[in-house]
Write a protein that binds this ligand. Structure first.
Ligand SMILES: O=C(O)CCC(=O)C(=O)O
Ligand SMILES: [Fe+2]
Length: 203
């Protein structure tokens, strides 16, 4: 069981913020893009730290812990306890129940990083947001603590101009992140369908 005091939660927020910043530098750097301070801030200006509790369920096949979705923001840092149940869809497999779902086993001391939809849009589709889901287990309850780093709602998000220039096409249009959020939360999640809101073509 993960126990979190307020101080620990704040420390997690602080160190995750630093981690996200370093990861973004690496991820954009490898696309040949250098982001200035203001851009980093605009991409991660909103941080949401959630605490998820999944009670054990006698019949896990009949329940949904969290249905298949991708996270809407830039990057997610996820701390999970030792129970397991998080699965990611391997690219190329689309049918649930087939071997495309890979379990992300808990590793003591390790964090899971999810690429979010915003990152897919900004990178003009080069980075793909991770479709994932959570299944409950019959014997033990589970706790996870995702930290979502997202743009603020008033921020416009779209493919970075440098990438559109080299790709010769913008696979996504510019949208207000607040509108993206509203669309994301306004419907039941169905895999990565939310991304269609910003799509120009079948990127
Ligand atoms: O509990 C987990 O491992 C993941 C939760 C999740 O995907 C989410 O809150 O977006
Ligand atoms: Fe998620």
């Amino acid at each position: 069981m993960l126990a979190m005091t307020r101080d620990v939660a704040l420390e997690y927020l602080k160190s995750s913020t630093k981690l996200v910043r370093e990861l973004l530098e690496i991820l954009f750097g490898s696309l040949g893009v250098t982001l200035d301070e203001a851009k980093f801030e605009s991409l991660t200006g909103l941080k949401m730290e959630n605490m998820n509790f999944y009670p054990s369920c006698p019949n896990p096949e009949l329940t949904v812990g969290v249905g298949r979705h991708s996270d809407m923001g830039t990057l997610t840092v996820l701390l999970q306890d030792g129970i397991g149940g998080l699965y990611v869809l391997e690219e190329g497999h689309v049918e649930e129940g087939k071997d495309g779902w890979i379990e992300i086993p808990p590793i003591p001391g390790a964090l899971v990083i999810n690429v979010g939809d915003t990152m897919q849009i900004l990178s003009n589709g080069r980075y793909k947001s991770a479709e994932h889901r959570v299944r409950t287990t019959s014997s033990e309850s589970r706790v996870s603590v995702p930290l979502f780093a997202t743009p603020t709602p008033s921020e416009k998000i779209g493919p970075l101009p440098q990438l559109v220039e080299s790709d010769g096409v913008a696979h996504y249009k510019e949208v207000l992140f607040g509108d993206y959020m509203q669309n994301f939360f306004g419907k039941a999640h169905e895999g990565k369908k939310s991304l269609q809101f910003a799509q120009n073509d079948s990127a």
